[in-house]
Design a protein around this ligand. Structure first.
Ligand code: ADP
Ligand code: ZN
Length: 432
């Protein structure tokens, strides 16, 4: 039932005691880095210790900007000769962010991954296909080492080339796959083009989906298309990558591993903790990392703690699926809009295909929100009156959800350009 029973069902008091112990070590280690070493608050705690985990609120936040401004070595807390790997984000704007790991860090990460996959029902008898980019992106190696630690036969398939993915699945009897949700629609289309049905023509029973925001409606679709259970996997490079929070087989929110991270949810404006159960920004501190501890990292991801105990017995708190990033939100005609609100509406409609895109544009000096929506082939070929009704129906549903009237453009399946990795849902071309 558990990968590491003692740690996973540790009662709250002991868990907090463990956190406090590990935080003390982490601060001692962090203070060795040029960046953290100059914060008097950190040095003070290193010298005099911390009495309660709540005192973490006296420590400074770390933002993505701080990582960028101290690129490349500023947060490194270990001797370079002990560092064995780095991962780095895209860095399309300015310096990339980089995270360093020593041997211990990689072992600890692989263990969290194995624990996470085990919680989602993956076992050493499974054949695991990792359908995502290897390299600097953490989803590749993160899942790879986790699956190996768990003992699965793992297939490091990499991203793209759907025909080859399908062949691998069928040749080796893949039972579990890790896939970015926005790629699954395309993969399903290729199955169909080949005259195959993943429900009958593969041995898949579990998908692990994550790395990008997706709605419950999208998950249900994926489960239906592939005839599987799909589990939400959350992580970010600054906290290793995947293996930060994961759904167990109850599928009722994501357990966030509190022996490895201190988790806070704050109001992004006041920077104070939100009331219990309220939505705010996730802030995380590493507890088991040596080469590069990160303190109170502002993830920008929005979520809330879910109340109550999980029937699985794990005591690590659960967070709700990420509803978006604070920087995904856009303002249209005075209303705050999150792309996931629109996805939630679209994915409920059987006529809607698997992709959509939101274009923000200025038309005749007016800002407009155009939503391109792929319609399934069988409906797309339908009569014009039908498409017209569908268009009006979607317009109304989206407007009721986000309080802005969209321009809905129904497009053919497969016509929306796909991003290389994670889906790009919003294109802002408005005149500023
Ligand atoms: P980048 O910030 O360049 O995308 P990462 O790979 O570190 O690099 O991405 C981490 C981010 O991806 C998270 O902060 C979050 O916004 C998003 N993310 C990861 N997993 C999920 C998930 N299961 N649900 C929603 N968002 C996710
Ligand atoms: Zn659980």
């Amino acid at each position: 039932m558990y990968w590491e029973k003692e740690l996973e069902i540790l009662e709250r008091k002991s868990l907090e005691r463990l956190q406090l112990e590990r935080l003390a070590k982490t601060l001692g280690q962090a203070a060795k880095s040029p960046y953290y070493g100059r914060f008097p608050e950190i040095v003070r705690f290193v010298q005099s210790g911390m009495k309660a985990i709540e005192q973490i609120r006296e420590l400074p936040f770390t933002s993505k900007e701080d990582l960028r401004n101290n690129f490349p070595w500023g947060l490194l807390a270990a001797d370079k000769k002990d560092v064995v790997r780095l991962h780095s984000s895209s860095g399309t704007t300015g310096n990339p962010t980089v995270v360093y790991h020593n041997r211990h860090d990689l072992d600890s990460w692989a263990n969290l991954m194995a624990r996470s996959m085990y919680a989602a029902g993956v076992r050493d008898t499974d054949i695991f296909q990792n359908i995502c980019g290897y390299g600097l992106f953490t989803g590749g190696l993160g899942f790879q080492y986790g699956a190996e630690k768990l003992g699965c036969l793992s297939i490091p398939a990499g991203a793209g080339n759907s025909l080859r993915q399908i062949k691998l699945m069928r040749d080796f009897g893949t039972s579990v796959a890790h896939v970015i949700p926005s790629y699954l629609g395309r993969l399903f289309e290729v199955f169909k083009d080949e005259g195959l049905d993943p429900r009958k023509d593969t041995k898949l029973h579990t998908l692990v989906i994550g790395a990008e925001p997706h709605t419950q409606e999208h998950r249900l679709r994926i489960e239906e298309m592939f005839g599987v259970k799909a589990y939400n996997s959350f992580g970010l490079s600054e906290m290793n990558g995947p293996g930060v929070a994961f759904e167990c087989t109850e599928q009722n929110g994501l357990h966030i591993w509190e022996d490895a991270f201190v988790v806070e949810i704050i109001d992004p404006v006041t920077l104070q903790p939100v009331a219990d159960g309220e939505v705010g920004e996730l802030v995380m501190t590493t507890l088991d990392r040596q080469a590069m501890p990160v303190i109170r990292f502002r993830t920008r991801d929005l979520t809330r703690f879910l109340p109550g105990a999980c029937p699985c017995g794990r005591t690590h708190r659960r967070i709700e699926r990420i509803s978006g990033r604070s920087d995904d939100m856009f303002i249209m005609k005075g209303c705050n809009v999150f792309p996931m609100q629109i996805e939630g509406v679209l994915m409920k409609l059987p006529e809607v295909g698997d992709d959509y895109r939101i274009l923000l544009d200025t038309i005749d000096e007016q800002d407009e929100m155009i939503v391109e929506v792929e319609v399934r082939q069988e409906w797309f070929k339908g009569d014009l009156a039908f498409l017209d009704r569908l268009q009006r129906h979607i317009t109304r549903l989206v407007r009721d959800e986000v309080l802005v009237r969209p321009l809905i453009r129904l497009v053919e399946p497969g016509s929306i350009p796909k991003a290389e990795g994670k889906a790009v849902r919003v294109l802002d071309r408005r005149k500023k």
